[in-house]
Design a binder for this molecule. Structure first.
Ligand code: GL7
Length: 812
């Protein structure tokens, strides 16, 4: 098969054919949706030939493939990325113009697939982009949620969640393949049977669903490679339908269908704090069972020698969400393929690797034995056996150390539950954290006993982000400036940004760089005006904190900074004219059940409406909180930012990836020594980074000595005044109760030590103001941030995965 000609005429023809034949409309009567869908089909048409060829090669080729298993892919819009990857942007722009269509209206028409919560899901999307760009044979497997992360709206400053019907306009980037469906079973019981003289176990499930794959093309950046992302959707099985329909119960049959389809209905909106819901376990097993069956049946030849499976595939477990794949692989090998246990276990241990993305104990998934036994009885048996054999090995190595045996057991007592991170660590060939500090703390704390027993398993792969989306597409003007200086090639070799260092000393380059930043602020201003009616002043320092709302990320510290500045002026201690004009931008969704996070959202909006409307501030401070922060908005906000807020309590943010995106777009970071901030600061240098706050060992020491937040409030006059102002009802129309839970939480509990870091944070913000006063010096630092952070390309992360974990080779 061949692609349509890559010319303006060829594109116009293909587009019109798609409009006529797929949408059934003429150009003159086509709606925006018709045009958008026809355009997407056209771009697809150019990629399909390469895609089919790469799939054929992958089947024929004996090289090792990476199966990335992730419950989340936060893709963002597809059109622009696919145009860029296929090198069609200019042709498409001209072709559409020839049809009287502005391509920007097409871009704006796309609804982003929000199939992830935050950093973890966005990381998976960056990784599949880099895997394709590096020509690594790979498949991303996940879930095609009918509803992605909820759409956030504010009512009276409070978050309200609306369903995200991203499929409503049709989804032109996917190919549904019902013929490749897999059956995934649940519940029932297990039994032993005599298999020609061998006693074997088998699972007799009670019900099953059909997993239907939807394939998405994942084009590499202008390299002709197209990989696959396969997302599974749950449907009722035919057998199920028939039985009930035959019994004449139409209503029951339809109900059964709904029941089955619930599995892929909605993304769980918990970020970092899973709720342990049965449906979530169903989702997890659903997609990994379908993925393993798919890989085994579609990619491997029939006569395949399973002992060589580890030479052909590595399943990368993106956090604990897909870890049920481990007992599933054992079940397939032992029960279905009839391997003996030891042989199967030897294979399994080489076919999986596990990435841990957290240090918060409450984020490590645990499933109750009761639930697992009901939903996946055979898997529970397998987990018990894995655990028994593992504990034997522990005993062999460390003797009857009961403390150790109890702490390392995959199955814990009271309440009986399975620790998925432990299962992944025992089964995985490698375990990696996502930034140097995180990997170190993982070994020292969360998985300490495991590190003592098998230190060779542990490694680090620092996260990265794709420069295609987060530089080239999000910041075209900066990209052009860089290309003018360095020539092409840097987008796939991001360390080349180093060559910009000398340009930091060039006054003309600095002026051009500052112009780009100013233009990006104006563009953001336009976007926010149209989207939410917010205006951004040209001469304000743009101070940005965008990420999920979580106490450990400490949006409250940012709020206290704003309240402090406000209080200084209204109390008359500081003249408004002495303030550095600043606009604070927040973007944050709170998990719907996370009450404290929702209160903080309410407080940010409340502080914003007071600060923005108080004439005493003379417009020098402005708080802007556009609702529904998502990838699309990130692509506009990040390039405009001057200051990037990365202020988590040290030891809590595993890595962060927003921090990387900001630095690569020339924002300076104010941050703690946490996650990848540590590596950003080491690379950009202390002069170009505003470090503040306790280090992780200092945090530990303060906890150990007994943290009393009230003492910090007593010791800092401005902190006390700020807390008092919030308590007084100044931001809640005089009502003292509205934000009282936030203030008491800080004064009497403060798990994330906001008050302990407040004084240092305010001092660091003063250093920011002083630095910004020297605008040219600031620009110099901003350029150095870009020049020195090429390390954070997700291409580098993927190369690290290849070298340290996968040992798969790119195929060209
Ligand atoms: C996260 C971490 O919190 C975040 O620090 C990290 O950058 C990201 C990707 O590795 O993974 N872990 C997690 O559970 N979520 C994250 O964003 C939701």
């Amino acid at each position: 098969m061949s692609s349509p000609p890559a010319t303006v005429d060829g594109f116009v023809r293909e587009f019109l054919v798609n409009l006529n034949l797929e949408r059934g409309v003429a150009l003159s009567s086509a709606t925006e949706t018709d045009k958008y869908l026809a355009l997407a089909s056209t771009v697809r048409d150019y990629l399909v030939a390469r895609w089919l060829e790469d799939q054929r090669m992958q089947r024929a080729d004996q090289s090792k493939a990476v199966c990335y298993l992730s419950a989340e892919y936060l893709l963002g819009r597809q059109l622009d990325n696919n145009l860029l990857a296929s090198g069609l942007t200019e042709i498409a722009t001209e072709a559409l113009a020839a049809c009287g269509i502005d391509i920007d209206t097409m871009r704006a028409h796309e609804v982003e697939p929000g199939l992830g919560n935050g950093g973890l899901g966005r990381l998976a999307a960056c990784f599949i982009d880099s895997l394709a760009t590096l020509s690594v044979p790979s498949i991303g497997y996940g879930i095609r949620y009918e509803y992605g992360i909820f759409r956030q709206v504010f009512r009276d400053g409070q978050q309200v969640e609306k369903p995200d019907a991203w499929l409503a306009l049709g989804s032109p980037w996917e190919f549904r393949h019902p013929e490749a469906a897999q059956t995934v079973s649940f519940a029932g019981h297990t039994e032993t049977y005599d298999d020609d003289g061998v006693l074997r176990s088998r699972w007799v499930p009670a019900w099953s669903v059909r997993a239907v794959p939807y394939n998405y093309m994942v084009p590499g950046y202008q390299n002709g490679r197209v990989n696959t992302l396969r997302l599974w959707s749950a449907e009722a099985t035919k057998a199920f339908d028939l039985r009930t329909f035959n019994s004449g119960d139409y209503v029951e049959a339809v109900r059964a269908q709904t029941f089955a389809e619930n599995i892929s209905k909605v993304l769980y909106p918990e970020d970092s704090t899973p709720q342990g819901k049965e449906l979530r376990l169903q989702q997890q097993y659903f997609f990994v069972a379908a993925s393993i069956a798919d890989y085994m049946s579609k990619v491997l030849p029939d006569d395949f020698d399973l002992a060589t499976l580890p030479d052909r595939v590595i399943f990368q477990l993106n956090d604990t969400h897909p870890v049920i794949a481990v007992p599933e692989m054992m079940r397939v090998l032992v029960d279905e393929r009839k391997l003996d246990w030891d042989a199967a276990w030897a294979i399994t241990q080489k076919c999986f690797a596990y990435t841990c993305h957290t240090l918060l104990p409450e984020a490590l998934e645990v499933w109750s034995v009761d639930l697992l036994g009901r939903l996946l009885p055979r898997h529970l048996e397998i987990i018990y056996r894995i655990n028994d054999e593992f504990l034997l090995a522990v005993r062999e190595r460390f003797g009857d150390d009961e403390r150790r045996l109890r702490d390392m057991s995959i199955v814990s007592e009271n309440p009986a539950s399975v620790r998925m991170a432990y299962l992944a660590t025992v089964a995985g060939a490698k375990v990696n954290g996502v930034a140097e500090l995180h990997s170190q703390l993982l070994r020292e704390k969360v998985l300490h006993d495991f590190d003592e027993m098998m230190p060779e398993k542990f490694t680090n792969v620092t996260n990265g982000v794709t420069p295609r989306r987060f530089m080239r597409l999000a910041n075209p003007e900066l990209s052009d400036l860089i290309t003018a200086a360095l020539g092409t090639g840097w987008l796939t070799d991001l360390e080349r940004l180093r060559e910009l260092e000398s340009y930091a000393e060039d006054a003309d380059f600095r002026a051009a760089f500052a112009d780009v930043k100013a233009a990006n602020k104006r563009r953001l201003n336009e976007v926010l005006l149209a989207r939410d009616g917010f205006a951004i002043a040209d001469d304000h320092l743009l101070d940005v904190m965008v990420k999920r709302l979580h106490e450990y990320k400490r949006q409250m510290l940012k709020v206290l900074h704003i309240v402090t500045l406000y209080e200084r002026v209204v109390s008359g201690r500081v003249a408004a004219s002495d303030l550095q004009p600043r606009t604070f931008i927040f973007g944050a969704k709170a998990a719907p059940g996370y009450a404290m996070a929702k209160r903080v959202i309410h407080l940010i909006n409340a502080v914003g409406s007071v600060v923005n409307n108080d004439p005493r501030l003379e417009g020098r401070l402005k708080v802007v909180f556009p609702p529904n922060y998502n990838v699309t908005l990130a692509e506009r906000v990040i390039p405009a930012a001057d200051l990037s807020e990365q202020i988590s309590l040290a030891g809590k943010e595993a890595s962060g990836t927003g921090n990387m995106k900001f630095a690569l777009n020339g924002a300076l970071t104010i941050g703690t020594d946490d996650g990848a901030n540590v590596e950003i600061r080491e690379l950009v240098g202390d002069d170009n980074f505003f470090l503040f706050g306790m280090s992780e060992p200092e945090v530990e020491a303060l906890w150990a000595s007994g943290y009393r937040p009230g003492e910090f409030a007593q010791a800092d006059d401005e902190l006390r005044r700020s807390l008092d102002l919030i308590s007084s009802g100044a931001f809640s129309g005089g009502d003292r109760s509205t934000f009282e839970p936030i203030v008491s939480n800080l004064l009497y509990d403060d798990r994330f030590m906001v008050l302990a870091d407040y004084t240092a944070y305010i001092a660091a913000q003063e250093r920011v103001d002083a630095a910004y006063a020297d605008r040219d010096g600031w620009t110099r630092s901003a350029i150095l941030n870009v020049a020195r952070t090429g390390f954070f390309s997700s291409d580098r992360s993927i190369r690290d995965y290849i070298d340290r974990i996968w040992h798969a080779q790119p195929v060209r």
